[in-house]
Design a protein around this ligand. Sequence first.
Ligand SMILES: N[C@@H](CCC[C@H](N)C(=O)O)C(=O)O
Length: 273
Amino acid sequence: MAIEFLKGHGTQNDFVLLPDPSARLELTPGRIAALCDRQRGLGADGVLRVARAEALGLPSAGEWFMDYYNADGSVAEMCGNGMRVFARYLTDAGLAEGPEFVVGSRAGDKQVIVHPDGSVTVHMGPATITGASVAIVSGRNFSGVAVNVGNPHLVSIVDDDVAELDLGAEPRYDKDFFPDGVNLEFVNPLGEGALRMRVYERGVGETRSCGTGTVAAVAAALHLAGTDTGESTVDIPGGRVTVSMKRGEATLTGPAEFVARGELFDDWWASHG
Ligand SMILES: N[C@@H](CCC[C@H](N)C(=O)O)C(=O)O
């Protein structure tokens, strides 16, 4: 049985997509980690299995469910950049009638809009401030705002240029506060309605963009300014997205691109059970 894949990215947060409508593939953590490995696999920050919600047995009012995995094989609740790529795949492949439809995720159903230029808006739902904590980078403490966007984030707005931070190793954080791990964002305000961000993702490492992370960054910046409503661009190493917040509810808009389509070798798949 040939296993089809596509490679795509959203602001250079890259994914292997596995079209698997009936959810027949046995997606083990070992296979996911091998697929995402940049030397022995295809290379990606995560895997998006394109399956029907019914076939996965997961709840959604939509037909399709984004079955997302981090590069280390762990499951995460939500991926904002992945959702844009997933939505664009569905319309390009004729599997969903655009421009507006619902996609399921472990963080609940998301309304998506695929725009004529291929960019996508995702209604991300609530970005909830859950407290304050500290990230430690190269022995220095950075206080942060904890934000839940379906998945956990800690956003530190820092005075230093984020480009100078050493994110080669995972920053330390309070494991009692974040027992399931956390995505760590470091942010410079660039002026009214503009942020710059770097991110160290749970289950991946430093990535060139994180959609839920950009939502968390805007929610945290607005929270520190005493509001939950506003709009901001967020520049990440992989490009730019726009986040709008209205009374704590977020939308995320940005690009979704495809690079390649191919087939995995059966013996490769079998050897990574
Ligand atoms: N890159 C994603 C987030 C993926 C999940 C994250 N690493 C986690 O474990 O929560 C995005 O674009 O939101």
